[in-house]
Design a protein. Structure first.
Length: 146
């Protein structure tokens, strides 16, 4: 006879052969958790009073002059993935708004590394707002950074 395993969240009893892929909860609870996370993201996006326009993104990209807001690397080809990713400084999953005041451009490496973390948890030495990050990039460029 096969053994059983109980999901700690919903208390459903599963056969031992139906392994929990994430190690904690059953597939049903994982699906519910993903649905809740997606709902939170949709609600945060719907709070955005002023949707971001293409013109605003182009202006922000020009302000950064192809530099990553976090590591300050520069990409001379705007069509590569090096510095072409939009990043929410305060992630939407952490109640950040989907507005231009919360947006910077980041390289693929920094954007993936930061993920949905707050800057203070990811790299505490960096400024914590999009405007401060853009100002930092401008100072770097003005000082002759390449």
């Amino acid at each position: 006879m096969l053994g059983t395993k109980t999901c700690p969240t919903c208390k459903t009893i599963w056969l031992e052969t139906q392994v929990f892929k994430n190690g904690r909860t059953c597939p049903n609870c994982k699906k519910v958790r993903e649905q809740k996370r997606n709902l939170k993201r949709r609600q945060a996006r719907s709070k955005s009073i002023n949707p971001i326009t293409v013109e605003q993104l182009e202006k922000r990209y020009a302000e950064q002059q192809n530099h990553c807001a976090y590591c300050l690397t520069k990409d001379n080809n705007p069509f590569t993935e090096r510095v072409a990713q939009v990043d929410h400084v305060k992630p939407i999953t952490k109640n950040g708004l989907d507005q231009i005041t919360n947006i910077v451009f980041a390289c693929n490496e920094c954007n993936r590394s930061k993920s949905n973390k707050l800057i203070k948890d990811w790299k505490p030495e960096l400024p914590r707002t999009a405007l401060a990050l853009v100002a930092r990039v401008k100072r770097f460029i003005k000082a002759g950074g390449k």
